[in-house]
Ligand binder design. Structure first.
Ligand SMILES: *[C@@H]1O[C@H](CO)[C@@H](O)[C@H](O)[C@H]1NC(C)=O
Ligand SMILES: *[C@@H]1O[C@H](CO)[C@@H](O)[C@H](O)[C@H]1NC(C)=O
Ligand SMILES: *[C@@H]1O[C@H](CO)[C@@H](O)[C@H](O)[C@H]1NC(C)=O
Length: 365
């Protein structure tokens, strides 16, 4: 949650107290008895209808539900149980209603998924334009490019961050749960995760709860500096690939001349972030396997609005080939890999867009 949301919350709290005093109704609180990140449920049998049943708190009740089934599946689903296991099987948080802004709907986001059968909404065909899934020793991550209006995000929104904390510890979305089959032993509830959406790109990292430092790799406080700093990656527009990778540095932690430094994000009141003291390191990836999107995203609905099929590899030739990827390579945005790309020509081509997108994100995120 952004700091301005935090100050709004506290302003609202003060207002609630004033109103409560004036009208002699119970004073409402801010924090739940149990933070979302401390709530554990086995999937699928242990899932309650809603995990957030706290009443009387500032942000109101949980928007959707966590018990999701064949009845709830489809374009009106309010399922807030989400998944990430592989390039073929992941979800992103998106708004329930068309043309929404992430900042206005972060608390109410619902699951938009690539795989039918779990009671969620489905990401429409052609929406995903390039995806890199990566598995490292401590986390899994998916980053890529998306026609975000097809999952109800206003096309020009630079977006923001969802995570299981938020200023009031109820999460964004409130009550949102994440499960994965990528960590062995069946379904694992992911405790620490972050998902940036916006700028027609995304990144979503799910940290292995059985490994150390999951709260550091899935840092949730750097919500103004986007994917490039929180989830540095080599995702390429037009390419669908699944790789192994080395761990990133903890977001916000960087090394200069052998000295380990920690970045502190300034509060929104201090104005736009116009410079950054470091470029994040994009870790090496290996064993990349390239896929054809139409072969891995089967069972997805047609988009409800017309899209240009030429621009969407999944709907066209069926080939997510290298040439598409090379010409579409870019950086910045929610998905933005940093300019530490060691491909000089890609860097030259994308340098201007990196600066443009990076600064747009810094100003607007
Ligand atoms: C399906 O999920 C919805 C929403 O959680 C719930 O109200 C309904 O009872 C469930 N249906 C079945 C058959 O489990
Ligand atoms: C997106 O939001 C902006 C600003 O709120 C608005 O001007 C624009 O019309 C919206 N885009 C669409 C496609 O409605
Ligand atoms: C990804 O590539 C498609 C097709 O070239 C393009 O329309 C879209 O704008 C690109 N997305 C981003 C975020 O650059």
């Amino acid at each position: 949650m952004s700091t301005s949301t935090l100050s709004k919350l506290f302003a609202f709290a003060a207002l609630s107290v004033a109103v409560a005093t004036a009208q002699d109704v119970p004073v409402t609180g801010t924090f739940p008895p149990t933070p979302l990140a401390s709530k554990a449920y086995a999937y699928p049998t242990g899932i309650p209808y809603k995990v957030d049943t706290d009443t009387g708190l500032i942000r109101g009740g949980q928007h959707g539900y966590n018990q999701c089934n064949s009845t709830t599946e489809g374009p009106t689903s309010l399922c807030q149980t989400s998944f990430i296991t592989s390039i073929e099987d992941f979800c992103l948080w998106g708004p329930g209603n068309p043309n929404s802004l992430v900042a206005d709907t972060e608390g109410e986001m619902v699951a938009w998924c690539t795989k039918p059968g779990r009671g969620t909404r489905l990401i429409p065909q052609g929406a995903l334009q390039g995806v890199q899934f990566i598995k490292t020793p401590n986390y899994i991550q998916v980053a890529g490019f998306i026609r975000q209006e097809l999952i109800n995000i206003n096309a020009s929104d630079w977006g923001g961050e969802m995570d299981p904390h938020g200023a009031d510890l109820r999460g964004n979305p409130m009550g949102g749960l994440i499960y994965s089959e990528a960590f062995g032993g069946g379904w694992t509830q992911v405790v620490e995760w972050h998902n940036f959406m916006g700028g027609n790109s995304f990144c979503f990292k799910a940290c292995d709860p059985n490994k150390p430092d999951d709260e550091k790799y899935c840092e949730h406080r750097l919500d103004r500096i986007g994917c490039a700093y929180n989830a540095p990656n080599n995702a390429k527009n037009g390419t669908f690939e699944s790789c192994d990778g080395e761990n990133q540095d903890f977001p916000g932690v960087y090394t200069v001349n052998g000295q380990v430094m920690t970045y502190t994000q300034p509060p929104e009141e201090a104005g736009a972030i116009t410079t950054m003291p470091y470029q994040p390191r994009v870790p090496a990836s290996s064993n990349c396997v390239t896929y054809t999107s139409s072969a891995i995203y089967t069972g997805l609905p047609s988009p409800s609005i017309a899209i240009d099929i030429v621009a969407t590899p999944s709907a066209g030739s069926g080939s997510a080939s290298g040439s598409h990827g090379a010409s579409g390579t870019r950086t910045g945005g929610a998905a933005g890999p940093s300019s530490t790309s060691n491909d000089a020509s890609a860097l030259a081509i994308s340098g201007i867009s990196f600066l443009g997108v990076a600064f747009s994100v810094l100003f607007l995120a």
